[in-house]
Design a protein around this ligand. Structure first.
Ligand code: NAP
Ligand code: MG
Length: 479
C-alpha cells in the first residue's frame, strides 16, 4: 500500500479510511491508498514550512542543479512510471511515456531558469535614495491536480514553485495518486531536501479543502474543472491566498475554405481523441467553411474509423478507456442530448462490443453533425471522445460561434490566408491560438485561460512570477 509522502518519507495516515485505485481498462484494483485527513495535511504543511528557510537560502543555481538531478532520476525510470500511469489512468502506453518525458522536460526547463531570477533597481528615487525591487518566494505553496494528466499538470506547478525557492504540498486526484507519489519519491531520493515536496493522498473535499483553508499556505496552483475552480477561488478568498487556476475549456477549431484539408483532418483527429478526449486543450467544437465541410467530414470520419480502441497496454491502441464510469456516463448523456435535439451520428455514438471491452469504461470515437446550437456538446465541455462539426459560411460567423462560450482556453485555425490567420489570432477569445498546428503546449510560452477557463498563467518565464511576491525596498544613503 502506497501512503502519503511527507518530509522525505512514506508516512501512514492519521486516519484509517482507504480507497482502491482502479484500472480503467480492466476494473482491477491497482493499489489501495489512504484517504487523507485534516491532520495529515497539517503534518505535511508543517514539514513544508520547516523546509522552507533552508530551500530559500539555497543558492538559486544549486536549487537548479538539484532539480537537474531529479530530472535524471525520472528519465531513468520512464518505462516503470509509464506502466504505472497507464494502469491507474488508462491512457495508451505511448502517451504515458510522452507525459513522463513532458514532466521531466518541464522541471528541466525551470531548473535552467534558476540562474536567471531577477529583481529591479530604480535610481534617483529621491535625494540620496534609490529603490530595489525584490522578488521572494511565497513560502509554502499547494498544488491541486486532476486525473487526466497527473504528471504534466503537476510539473507546471512544481517547476516554477521550486526554482523560485518555495516548498510545496501536493494533492493528486484521488483516482491517480500512484505515479505522482512515485515521482515525488524519486525526486526526493535524487537530492531534494526532505520537506521541500510533500504529497497527501485523499479527497478534494477534505484534503483539497484543508489546503485551501490552511493559514500557512500562501499560494495554490489548481488545475481542474471550472465548477470546482469557482469554489477554490471562493475558499482561497477567506485567507487572501494567491491562486493560479487552469480550468475547463471547449476549444474551437476553425477550418477555412483555403485550408490544407488533409492536415486539418489529422490535427482534428489527434487534437480531439488524444487521451480519449480527456484533455483541457482538446479540440471540442469544429467549425468548417461550407465549401469544404463535406470533404472535411468524410475524411475525418474515415480517419476516426481507423482508430483502435482498447486497453492502453496494447501497442496498436490509440484510444484507451474513459477514466471512470461516471466520466463515460457524462459523455453518453451529452451525445444522447445532441441526438434528441436532431443531431446525426456519423460514427461511434455507443460503446464498443466484445468481451475485451466488458470490464473497462470504453466508448467509441464519435463524430456528430446537424447539431442544435443549444445542444450540450456545444454549450458544455465534452471531456471524452465525441465531437460536433458545424458548417459556417465565413470567418466572421466562425469567430462569432467560436467565441460564443463561457470558456476561453485554446483555439486553432487552419488556413493559408495570412489575413484570416492574423484576424483569428487577434479575435479568438482564448489563451492560445494555433495557426495550422495541433493543440500543443510549449514550456517556453506563457499559457492561461481567458473568461471562465482560468486565472493567471502557467508555463513560460511568466509562471515563476506567479510563485514569487514582489517587494519594494527604499535605500537611503546617509551623508
Ligand atoms: P475537478 O473535479 O475539478 O478536480 C480537480 C482536483 O480538485 C482533484 O484533485 C479534486 O480532488 C480536487 N477537488 C475537488 N473538489 C475540491 C475542493 N472542494 N477543494 C479543493 N480541491 C478539490 O477536475 P477533474 O474532473 O478531475 O478534471 C477535469 C477538468 O480539469 C476538466 O474540466 C479539464 O478541462 C480541466 N483541466 C484543465 C487544464 C488547464 O490547464 N486549464 C488542464 C487539464 C484539465 P478529487 O477528485 O481527488 O476528489
Ligand atoms: Mg471531477
Amino acid at each position: 500500500m502506497v501512503t502519503h509522502f511527507i518530509a522525505g518519507e512514506y508516512v501512514s495516515s492519521n486516519g484509517s479510511a482507504t480507497k482502491d485505485v482502479i484500472n480503467p481498462a480492466t476494473g482491477d484494483v491497482v493499489d489501495t491508498v489512504p484517504r487523507g485527513t485534516v491532520d495529515d495535511v497539517n503534518d505535511a504543511v508543517q514539514a513544508a514550512a520547516a523546509a522552507f528557510p533552508g530551500w530559500w537560502e539555497t543558492p538559486a543555481a544549486k536549487r537548479g542543479a538539484i532539480m537537474y538531478e531529479a530530472v535524471k532520476a525520472i528519465r531513468a525510470n520512464v518505462d516503470d512510471l509509464a506502466r504505472l500511469l497507464t494502469s491507474e489512468q488508462g491512457k495508451p502506453l505511448a502517451e504515458a511515456r510522452m507525459e513522463i518525458h513532458r514532466f521531466a522536460y518541464t522541471i528541466e526547463h525551470y531548473a535552467g531558469l534558476a540562474k536567471n531570477l531577477r529583481g529591479g533597481y530604480v535610481p534617483n528615487l529621491d535625494e540620496n535614495a534609490h529603490g530595489l525591487i525584490l522578488k521572494r518566494p511565497y513560502g509554502v505553496c499547494a498544488a491541486i491536480v486532476p486525473w487526466n494528466f497527473p504528471l504534466s499538470l503537476l510539473g507546471n506547478k512544481v517547476g516554477p514553485a521550486l526554482v523560485a525557492g518555495n516548498t510545496m504540498v501536493i494533492k493528486p486526484a484521488e483516482t491517480t495518486p500512484l505515479t505522482d507519489v512515485k515521482v515525488i519519491e524519486l525526486m526526493s531520493r535524487a537530492g531534494l531536501p526532505p520537506g521541500v515536496l510533500n504529497l497527501v493522498i485523499g479527497q478534494g473535499s477534505v484534503v483539497g479543502q484543508r489546503l485551501l483553508e490552511h493559514p500557512t499556505i500562501a499560494k495554490v496552483g489548481f488545475t481542474g474543472s471550472t465548477e470546482v475552480g469557482r469554489r477554490v477561488m471562493a475558499t482561497a478568498a477567506e485567507t487572501i491566498k494567491r491562486v493560479t487556476l487552469e480550468l475547463g475549456g471547449s476549444d474551437p477549431l476553425i477550418v477555412c475554405d483555403d485550408a490544407d484539408v488533409d492536415q486539418a483532418v489529422s490535427a482534428a483527429s489527434v487534437g480531439r481523441f488524444f487521451n480519449c478526449g480527456q484533455a483541457c486543450l482538446a479540440i471540442k467544437r469544429i467549425f468548417v467553411f461550407e465549401a469544404v465541410v463535406d470533404e472535411f467530414t468524410d475524411k475525418l470520419v474515415a480517419k476516426v474509423n481507423r482508430l483502435t480502441v482498447g486497453p492502453g497496454t496494447e501497442p496498436r491502441v490509440r484510444l484507451g478507456p474513459l477514466h471512470t464510469p461516471e466520466q463515460r456516463a457524462e459523455v453518453e448523456d451529452q451525445v444522447r442530448d445532441a441526438v434528441e435535439r436532431g443531431a446525426t451520428v456519423l460514427t461511434g455514438g455507443k460503446r464498443p462490443e466484445g468481451q475485451q471491452y466488458e470490464n473497462g469504461n470504453f466508448y467509441l470515437p464519435t463524430v456528430l453533425t446537424d447539431v442544435d446550437p443549444a445542444a450540450k456538446v456545444l454549450t458544455e465541455e465534452v471531456f471524452g471522445p465525441a465531437v460536433p462539426i458545424v458548417p459556417v459560411k465565413d470567418l466572421d460567423e466562425a469567430l462569432a460561434r467560436a467565441n460564443d462560450s463561457i470558456f476561453g482556453l485554446g483555439s486553432s485555425i487552419w488556413t493559408n490566408d495570412i489575413n484570416k490567420a492574423t484576424r483569428a489570432a487577434e479575435k479568438l477569445e482564448a489563451g492560445y491560438t494555433w495557426i495550422n498546428s495541433v493543440a500543443k503546449i510549449y514550456d517556453e510560452l506563457p499559457f492561461g485561460g481567458f473568461k471562465q477557463s482560468g486565472l493567471g498563467q502557467e508555463h513560460g518565464i511568466e509562471a515563476i512570477d506567479h510563485y514569487m511576491a514582489t517587494k519594494a525596498v527604499v535605500v537611503k544613503t546617509l551623508e
